[in-house]
Design a protein around this ligand. Structure first.
Ligand SMILES: *Cc1c(COP(=O)(O)O)cnc(C)c1O
Length: 247
């Protein structure tokens, strides 16, 4: 899409986000917009960066790392490359953990012991800390990634005990897609409840709730989202040819 159109759409999303916060008496500063740029070109990201956007979400490791290079090259030294935050919002296979650890500001999709172990090992090698969210399969859908709500406490206990280099910041979910965003709202409420329960159990602040996409972000904000992940409403539809995940 051309840059002026992206800017127009981006401005519209910012406005809707502002209204969604105001409608429930929340401050706009409590909700971070993550622009989801998967399958869109680096030039589209650059247009967004030039409009002041700093957080970007990507689903595939190779695509994300390649585009990040391109973005940095295109934006040049005048712009805030060092301030950009890249979010891994796609499923991460354990064998890709080496490429993910330390490369993303936040990994939204920790959902197994196996991945936790792999991220822990590679983050320890870097002598760093990797911020993570637990991805919860909130509607217990067969084909979806994420830990089931009932298994979340056990996974959290495991990570807190065995993964000192992982910094657990909260929860993320991807509810079923509905025609109307309203239908997603109970799932968002449930994620918040799970977070509150886990907070009591672990004694961690768990400030982040990553929930809400193009079709339902207003409802997510109403239920306490601190991060909304919006792709289509900003960048337009994704091309089907890009829909092939990397091997
Ligand atoms: C693609 C994707 C999004 C963005 O979806 P849109 O409907 O295009 O806004 C958000 N979260 C995740 C996990 C995604 O994979």
């Amino acid at each position: 899409m051309d840059a002026p159109l992206i800017l127009q759409r981006y401005a519209h999303v910012l406005q809707r986000l502002e209204q969604a916060c105001a409608a429930v008496g929340r401050s706009r500063s409590e909700v971070r917009l993550i622009a989801v740029s998967k399958f869109h070109e680096a030039a589209d990201i650059v247009a967004c960066v030039n409009a002041g956007q700093l957080d970007f979400g990507e689903n595939y490791v190779q695509e994300a790392l390649r585009k990040r290079e391109e973005v940095h090259a295109q934006v040049g030294s005048h712009a805030p490359c060092a301030q950009l935050r890249w979010h891994m919002i796609g499923h991460v296979q354990s064998r890709k953990a080496a490429q993910v650890a330390g490369a993303f500001s936040l990994v939204h999709t920790l959902d197994s012991r196996r991945l936790a172990d792999a991220l822990e090992r590679h983050t320890a090698d870097l002598h760093g800390q990797q911020p993570v969210l637990f991805e919860v399969n909130i509607a217990e859908e067969e084909q979806k990634n994420g830990v089931f709500p009932g298994a979340l406490p056990e996974l959290a206990d495991y990570v807190l005990e065995h993964c000192p280099h992982l910094d657990v910041r909260g929860l993320m979910c991807l509810p079923p897609v509905f025609d109307a965003g309203q239908a997603a709202r109970p799932h968002f409420a449930k994620l918040r409840q799970l977070r509150d329960d886990l907070r009591r159990r672990c004694g961690l602040p768990l400030p982040e709730l990553s929930m809400g996409m193009s079709g339902d972000f207003e409802e997510a904000v109403a239920e306490g989202a601190t991060m909304v992940r919006i792709g289509t409403e900003i960048f337009g539809p994704r091309s089907p040819k890009g829909a092939k995940p990397e091997a």
